[in-house]
Design a protein around this ligand. Structure first.
Ligand SMILES: [Zn+2]
Length: 201
């Protein structure tokens, strides 16, 4: 496509989008090419504005509007003493969709994975420990049931129990989630049941 440099430029941008399978690249490009000017502007505006207005909540690390309070941390209906620890904000969305959870969250930003250079300091573990120290009665680990997820939970649990509160209740999602799976691919009922039937860690 050497004679259509603008299309090449679009394809180049799309190629850098992770999770966009290369076989879908041209279909997505076609979608954008078919958009009328108004829809194109709306898309670009949404992208620009989300970059401008979204920040991570400094308490739970879920995305929030820069000018508004975090809807989880500021909610009076949520029990601030129960903290559900997840890897990504997408996991929060999934648990919320499953329903039935009324505590707050803590997004770690991933799981400990030394092979990929992700250590405890790359994640929001220190803020979590500080949060727990300020008075929290239960931690629920809703992490992927992978070696990395398990190692991350063990690391945090040892820090909390040794350093802060020996009597804290620590639980994790019930077995029943497929081993090696991330929350993202679960159906709502599976996540709901796994949370409701959580087991001692
Ligand atoms: Zn928050």
């Amino acid at each position: 496509m050497e004679n259509v440099p603008h299309l090449t430029a679009l394809l180049k941008q799309l190629q850098q989008v992770p999770y966009l399978a290369s076989k879908n690249l041209y279909r997505v490009a076609q979608y954008f090419l078919d958009l009328d000017a108004q829809r194109t502007d709306q898309f670009c505006k949404a992208l620009r504005e989300v970059k401008e207005h979204l920040v991570k909540c400094p308490t739970c690390w879920v995305w929030k509007e820069r000018d508004n309070a975090c809807s989880f941390c500021s909610s009076t209906r949520r029990d601030k003493k129960i903290v559900c620890v997840v890897e990504t904000w997408q996991d929060v969305v999934i648990i919320e969709k499953a329903g039935g959870y009324h505590g707050v969250y803590h997004v770690l930003g991933g799981a400990i994975c030394p092979l990929e250079g992700v250590g405890p300091d790359s994640l929001t573990i220190t803020p979590l420990i500080d949060r727990v120290a300020q008075g929290c009665t239960e931690i629920i680990f809703a992490l992927s049931q992978t070696p990395e997820g398990e190692a991350t939970a063990s690391y945090i649990a040892s820090k909390v129990v040794q350093g802060i509160n020996k009597d804290i209740k620590i639980s994790c999602l019930a077995r029943g989630l497929p081993v090696g799976a991330s929350l993202e691919i679960m159906d709502r009922l599976t996540v709901f049941k796994a949370l409701a039937e959580r087991r001692p860690f």
